[in-house]
Write a protein that binds this ligand. Structure first.
Ligand code: UTP
Length: 225
């Protein structure tokens, strides 16, 4: 059996005006599917946050806002499914069991969020656990984990590796509200830890993902010691 690789794709890729980028990703996933089985989780990105902030201003509760975010991530997943055509499982699964069944088809699986109260990062970790993936690649709009925000501090230093417990202490002060989950959330870290999932945070571009799949990865590895 081909090894399964779980890839969280940043929601930022789906909000782009151009239609080319997503097609390039689709081509890459089709090519990669000869050596591994990609299981992809689409993020919600700006569009999810737009809906969430509108609905929040009308007084919707947090779990309803999470559900809005999930719906947007599922729409994003469908965009990628269209681009993958018959190489993809035809619809985004709605729960972990369905993800496992979809993965058994051998096709490329693309899903969005599954449960309120977490981010697509946590969902991706749960999926990696469920399908016994050999790696979890969190492809995001930054190229790894830094000691401070690289968008605000030009001297920020990138870690090649970071122990999970250090990442956890960096995240404790983070918001846990709809649309506000960051690079990783606490649920994702718990799952990575308990199932010892090989996890890496890296830039969401085709070249970077290709290197990771071919065994010369960039970005930041999360270590379990
Ligand atoms: P994301 O995880 O995509 O957040 O889900 P994001 O901040 O846009 O991440 P990037 O930019 O893709 O990396 C959007 C929102 O959908 C809800 C949460 O409210 C989340 O902030 N969501 C998503 C859930 O409640 N459960 C899920 O399983 C996934």
């Amino acid at each position: 059996m081909r090894k399964r690789i779980v890839i969280k794709l940043s929601g930022s890729l789906f909000g782009l005006e151009d239609t080319k980028t997503l097609k390039q990703f689709a081509e890459f996933f089709v090519k990669s599917s000869k050596i591994c089985q990609p299981i992809i989780i689409a993020g919600g990105g700006k569009i999810a946050r737009h809906y969430i902030s509108h609905a929040r201003s009308s007084g919707a509760d947090e779990s309803t806002l999470d559900e809005l975010g999930i719906e947007v991530s599922r729409l994003n997943a469908r965009l990628l499914i269209f681009a993958l055509q018959e190489k993809a499982y035809p619809h985004p699964p709605t729960n972990l069991k369905e993800v496992a069944n979809a993965a058994d088809s051998g096709l490329i699986v693309v899903t969005g969020g599954l449960h309120p109260g977490q981010s697509t990062n946590a969902t991706a970790a749960l999926i990696a656990e469920k399908v016994r993936a050999s790696a979890f690649l969190n492809a995001t709009d930054v190229d790894g984990v830094y000691d401070s925000d690289p968008r605000k501090n030009k001297n920020a230093k990138k870690f090649k590796k970071i122990p999970l417990k250090n990442l956890r202490s960096m995240l404790v002060h983070q918001d846990s509200v709809a649309g506000g989950y960051d690079l990783m959330d606490i649920v994702a870290l718990k799952v990575i830890e308990r199932s010892k999932i090989k996890t890496r945070i890296l830039k969401a571009d085709v070249k970077t993902l290709e290197k990771a799949i071919r065994g010369s990865p960039e970005g930041t590895e999360i270590t379990l010691v």
